[in-house]
Design a protein around this ligand. Structure first.
Ligand code: ADP
Ligand code: MG
Length: 877
């Protein structure tokens, strides 16, 4: 970006801000606008559709491009810029133009970036908004850090595997909005950056400038960060430096937040999070598509919703920790009708973290203080509701964790009015009686205003003009207004200020004197109130860490109460989550589809177990529910390991350490990722990354290539998972040949989704039954999809021809199970096999017309011919 010529004082100020905030879109306040110059102006015009103009030519005759947006609407423009992934520095006037000598001093007063925003308008919703950084120190494991400035949390972790993929795996659950990657020159930074872009398409990615000087960090945080392993420490210091430049006021409130170690978490990579649509729909073009989060969320508070999303992306793999969440859910469920009351109280709790962050960042609007007060009161009610001695222990324990900060609530009750004004520069921020000096000025102003009223009355009487009025406007201040018909009676000492249609406006010495007193009292009050507000917020700062902590406790209570609520109202069941190798679900339901289909949803069983049924191969026609079933199993495992109760009649889940999915290209088509190479890369990643405790879901593996090598690779993949990884796996396939091979593996089972045929009508039952099927009913689906009847007829002819042939199967055991309807056969062109002489002879001979002797002779002859071709086989033992 070329620096605009700094030929005027304003442009000098602009240039200084650009230099101080490299990479930011810099907007500078000029009158009622925020203006950008040069490249920033072009960017503004392009992205926000505002008019691009130019400054007057400078000494060199150059006209600098210029574009601006109105000052009062800056927030909505910022929201659009941040959504598009820009970071913006606002350079505002920092002295009153009235008192400025020469050019008004300006400085950057606000920096807005996607990963460090705190205003609700700039944030997509209550979910976490992470700024992340990665670091690859020489000779030490790579590390990452993720910070949410709106909740004060800093998470760090080490790469979960070798190379950049290990870092991606660690970072995936955070889904960062902004990501700092190593600068040029660091090992493979270019490739790494491409990888991140692919995995986090919604993130703004930047080369990290420099680590923060730990001296800038609050003592506790500095000590925690210093104790981290090198990779995590470097990443944390990079992220914190970024916070220091964009949200310096929030830096003191960041706390390093512990997290279960990798072995106690269920690892979900970015693809699995996407495929299972855990918190974001797979199709990014349809952001409203249902997700596990959106359809399962019954929380009542923003911190609850945020924590639920976080838990879904970070499930546990620790039976004890899961059981303690389940115990709490169980206890809350057992509170019966009191659960609804508790949830009512929760419903009045605002987003305490976000309010705290805006308080710390001085972006707080006065009404948020009354919302805060009401929230603390609601928290106190939750606490009381849970304090009943008759309640189960875990429920009471949740209540005891709620510190309703009574001192803060009292302070707010005493100082903040019931309905504060909307903006911090409005008046009336405090209740009367809180600050006597402020009240005194208000009294002074009121007294002066009363004098104005008296003056108006006196002038009406003195002049005899009953319609004479004293009025006020921004430009002219107070004036006496006399309508035209009465102008003749205006006293001589009135001085004309302004003419308007139908009236004249005047001032007088008496009016000027009262006006001076009104304005003086008003100005002093405004100044005093602004100072008191600053001081008041400064005092409240001390509560910020406690509010963050309270928000987390409220969030946890809310999520657990939401689980208890669904358990209570929809009859969900507490799954057994243990160290066993089982994955047993009786009448399991797909958590998302079940809500959409209701009664029409067909529940299904799942029976996997590490010892002898770890691999399940699913066949079934198109649209029969294979993909749905696989996702259902994955989603139920995620929910169980989050601590939720499940829609099933019985559930036992031996802990899953990581969940891997590979979805068919039909399901990923929206991302333009259909190449066979990508598929194989994903399979390779899974085979390398899965361990015995993993759950692997492969939807239609090996389809992006020709039948035979696809089949061969699918088979090899299954063998590898079955023999080497030995983890629980479900595979959906159209290769019916695979099912025959599967029958030879001790730890594998076949199952298919059943179909009923009524008078040629095909009914998909969506019911899982043991054994395989070789029906794919592609033609049936094609008919439903409206393929022209001529094309359908041609397909039927071709299908009959193909069915008459046999497809040789790897291993040679040509089966005799009748016609094949698979897509595999349709795809392959199978030449008619040469019929043997014996077959032709058999065709010709008619047993009904042969005498026993002729038949014996025929048999002898062919036996003799056969021997002449093949040497005698060794006798079987
Ligand atoms: P496949 O992967 O076998 O082609 P899908 O899993 O995509 O089939 O399912 C196709 C459609 O069938 C789903 O969109 C859903 O509407 C319906 N379906 C699937 N499973 C069930 C079920 N268990 N109960 C009711 N409807 C189902
Ligand atoms: Mg499918």
């Amino acid at each position: 970006m070329s620096a605009p010529p700094s030929t005027t004082p304003l442009m000098e100020q602009y240039g200084a801000a650009k230099a101080q905030y490299p990479g930011h879109l810099v907007l500078i306040r000029v009158g009622d606008f925020f203006e950008g110059f040069g490249d920033d102006a072009r960017l503004l015009a392009r992205e926000l559709d505002v008019v691009l103009t130019a400054r007057a030519p400078d000494v060199a005759g150059q006209r600098t491009p210029m574009a601006g947006v109105p000052w009062h609407a800056i927030d909505s423009y910022l929201a659009r810029l941040v959504r598009k992934g820009y970071k913006v520095a606002l350079c505002d006037q920092v002295e009153d133009p009235k008192f400025a000598h020469g050019i008004v001093r300006r400085a950057v007063t606000r920096v807005v970036t996607p990963g460090t925003a705190i205003e609700d308008r700039l944030l997509p919703g209550p979910e976490h908004n992470f700024l992340a950084a990665v670091a690859h120190p020489d000779g030490a494991p790579a590390g990452y850090a993720a910070v949410d400035v709106t909740t004060g949390e800093l998470f760090t972790g080490a790469a979960e595997g070798a190379g950049p993929l290990g870092l991606l795996l660690g970072l995936a659950p955070f889904g960062p909005r902004e990501l700092l990657v190593p600068v040029d020159g660091a090992a493979g930074s270019g490739d790494v950056e491409r990888l991140y872009r692919a995995e986090f398409p919604a993130a703004r990615i930047e080369r990290a400038p420099a680590p923060v000087d730990p001296a800038f960090l609050p003592a506790g945080l500095a000590a925690d960060v210093a104790a981290l392993p090198a990779g995590e420490r470097q990443a944390a210091l990079l992220a914190l430096e970024y916070v220091r430049t964009s949200q310096p006021r929030l830096l003191p409130f960041i706390e390093s937040t512990p997290r279960p170690p990798p072995g106690r978490r269920l690892r979900l990579d970015a693809k699995t999070l996407r495929h299972l649509e855990i918190t974001r729909p797979m199709n990014l073009d349809d952001a409203t598509g249902p997700t596990l989060l959106s359809s399962w969320d019954e929380t009542r508070t923003a911190p609850g919703r945020r924590l639920f999303g976080f838990w879904l992306r970070n499930p546990l793999a620790d039976a004890g920790a899961i059981a303690s969440r389940q115990d709490a859910v169980e206890a809350l469920r057992a509170t019966g009708a009191r659960l609804s009351a508790l949830r009512e109280h929760l419903g009045s709790v605002s987003d305490l973290s976000r309010i705290a962050s805006r308080l710390a960042g001085r972006r707080l609007r006065p009404p948020e203080l009354s919302a805060l007060r009401a929230s603390l009161e609601a928290v106190a009610q939750c606490r009381t509701a849970l304090s009943d001695a008759s309640l189960p222990g875990p429920a009471r324990a949740l209540g005891e964790r709620l510190d309703s900060l009574p001192e803060l609530a009292e302070r707010l009750r005493a100082a903040v009015p019931e309905r504060p004004p909307p903006e911090a520069d409005d008046r009336g921020l405090f209740r009367p009686g809180v600050f006597p000096e402020l009240d005194a000025l208000a009294t002074e102003e009121r007294a002066a205003l009363e004098e104005l009223t008296a003056l108006e009355k006196g002038e009406q009487e003195r002049t005899g003009i009953r319609s004479l009025r004293i009025r006020y406007n921004q430009v002219f201040g107070y004036y006496l207004e006399v309508t035209r018909p009465h102008l003749a009676r205006v006293p001589a000492e009135y001085r004309r200020k302004q003419s308007v249609s139908g009236a004249e406006r005047f001032t007088s010495d008496a009016l000027a004197e009262v006006e001076r007193r009104v304005l003086s009292a008003r100005e002093r009050a405004a100044e005093l109130e602004a100072g008191l507000w600053e001081r008041f917020l400064g005092e409240l700062d001390a509560w910020v860490p406690k509010l963050y902590r309270l928000a987390r406790a409220v969030g946890e209570l809310d999520v657990l109460a939401s689980f208890a609520w669904t358990a209570q109202s929809r009859g969900f069941l507490r799954p057994i989550v243990d160290e066993s190798g089982e994955l047993l679900l009786r009448d399991g339901r797909h958590p998302v589809l079940d809500r959409q289909l209701g009664e029409r949803f067909v529940p299904n069983d799942t029976e996997l177990d590490l010892a002898d049924a770890r691999l399940l191969v699913l066949t079934g026609p198109n649209m029969s529910g294979k993909s749905t079933y696989m996702r259902q199993v994955g989603l139920l495992v995620v929910l169980a390991q989050v601590g939720a109760f499940l829609p099933a009649r019985h559930a036992r889940i031996g802990l899953v350490s990581s969940l891997h999915t590979r979805m068919g290209f039909t399901d990923e088509i929206g991302r333009g990722k259909s190449s066979f190479f990508v598929e194989m890369a994903e399979v390779a990643e899974i085979l390398r990354g899965a361990d015995e405790r993993s759950l692997v879901l492969l939807d239609e593996v090996g389809r992006g290539t020709s039948t035979f090598d696809g089949l061969a690779l699918a088979w090899a993949t299954l063998r590898y998972l079955h023999d080497r990884v030995r983890c629980r796996t479900i595979v959906a396939t159209h290769y019916h040949q695979l099912t025959e091979l599967v029958a030879t593996l001790s730890g594998a089972r076949n199952a298919h989704l059943a179909v009923r045929e009524d008078d040629g009508e095909v009914v998909l039952l969506h019911r899982l039954v043991p054994g395989s099927t070789d029906r794919s009913l592609g033609l049936h689906v094609a008919r439903l999809a409206g393929l022209p009847s001529d094309a359908l007829a041609e397909a039927e002819r071709m299908l009959r021809r193909l069915e008459a042939a046999e497809l040789p199967v790897a291993g040679g055991s040509a089966s005799k199970k009748g016609p094949r309807h698979t897509q595999a056969v349709l795809l392959a062109t199978v030449p008619e096999r040469e019929r043997s002489a014996l077959e032709r002879a058999l065709d010709k001979v008619d047993p009904d017309r042969l005498t026993p002797l002729e038949a014996l002779a025929w048999l002898h002859e062919w036996k003799g011919r056969q021997r002449a071709v093949d040497p005698p086989a060794t006798e079987p033992r």
